[in-house]
Design a protein around this ligand. Structure first.
Ligand code: NAD
Length: 260
């Protein structure tokens, strides 16, 4: 059956984008792409320290809702969704783009990872996606699309990715199970797996420069991806052009993942 595509393709869509720390953040690429393609935005920032970096970006994109969100504080999640419910009454797109692990647990190798550090990494980087999905779903009255950011290290061993490997593996599995549970509500769920990008989170990985250089060298497309590549992919997946796709992990990595 053919479909009607609005022009611009996200005209009228309402998108919640979490995880912008600065202009290098993957989430910022998503917000920019959505804005360019006609969506309205709700943008969150972690805390007062990051607010100064995020606020000018949110203003430039005309974000209608701009509130703090530390996912380890449930009251902030509640306040965010209450605000979206009051102001918009509906939601079409959710972007979950965040990760955290204590430095000593991230850099010390999986064998040495503490139970507490593992739990914290899992809670902030993975279970928070379930919490945001649970709060978003009732607002996605006409269906919707949810995204979370994973990495190749979920499926293959990437030296120095350490505890984030198992955490991202769980995250990709969550995307599949959420896609299954939310499918009847016409909510589609995807994990996006970008190639390495120089961001604050990226620079927490030991020898990240080497990872970047190797990716550029191995990519069939011959170059690194940028945050807009990720944003445009999410934008496409949020349109009816991708209406029968759900539960996928989609690589946006210039093809690096196909190489031996
Ligand atoms: P980034 O540092 O710009 O973004 C990470 C975000 O996580 C920040 O905005 C930070 O505020 C947020 N965050 C951390 N703890 C939080 C909490 N308790 N509550 C709410 N937000 C919290 O780096 P990024 O590279 O844009 O990372 C975004 C996502 O993309 C992460 O899941 C990361 O693992 C993933 N990813 C990154 C790369 C890369 O190479 N940079 C590649 C693949 C996937």
């Amino acid at each position: 059956m053919s479909i009607e595509i609005p022009r611009p393709i996200l005209k009228g869509a309402r998108a919640l984008v979490t995880g912008i720390a600065n202009e290098h953040s993957i989430a910022y690429g998503c917000a920019r792409a959505f804005h360019e393609l006609g969506a309205e935005l709700a943008i969150t920032y972690l805390n007062d320290k990051t607010r100064g970096y995020v606020e000018p970006l949110a203003n430039a994109l005309g974000a209608q809702i701009f509130v703090p969100l530390d996912v380890s504080r449930q009251e902030q999640t509640d306040a965010l969704f209450e605000r979206i419910g009051k102001e918009w009454g509906s939601l079409d797109i959710l972007v979950h783009s965040m990760a955290f692990a204590p430095k000593e647990d991230l850099q010390g190798g999986l064998l040495n990872c503490s139970a507490q550090g593992f739990g914290q990494a899992m809670d902030i980087s993975c279970h928070s996606f379930i919490r945001l999905a649970r709060a978003s779903a009732p607002l996605m009255k006409n269906g919707g699309t949810m995204f979370t950011m994973s990495y190749y290290g979920a499926n293959k061993v990437v030296p120095n990715y350490n505890v984030m490997g198992p955490v991202k593996a769980a995250l990709e599995a969550c995307a599949r199970y959420l896609a299954y549970e939310l499918g009847p509500q016409r909510i589609r769920v995807h994990a996006i797996s970008p190639g390495p990008l120089l961001t604050r989170a990226g620079s927490g990985i030991k020898d990240f420069d080497r990872l970047l250089a190797e990716a550029a060298q191995r990519a069939p497309l011959g170059e690194l991806v940028d945050i807009m590549d990720v944003g445009y992919t999410c934008a496409f997946l949020a349109t009816p052009l991708a209406r029968r796709m759900s539960g996928e992990t989609l690589y946006v990595d210039g093809g690096v993942n196909i190489m031996a």
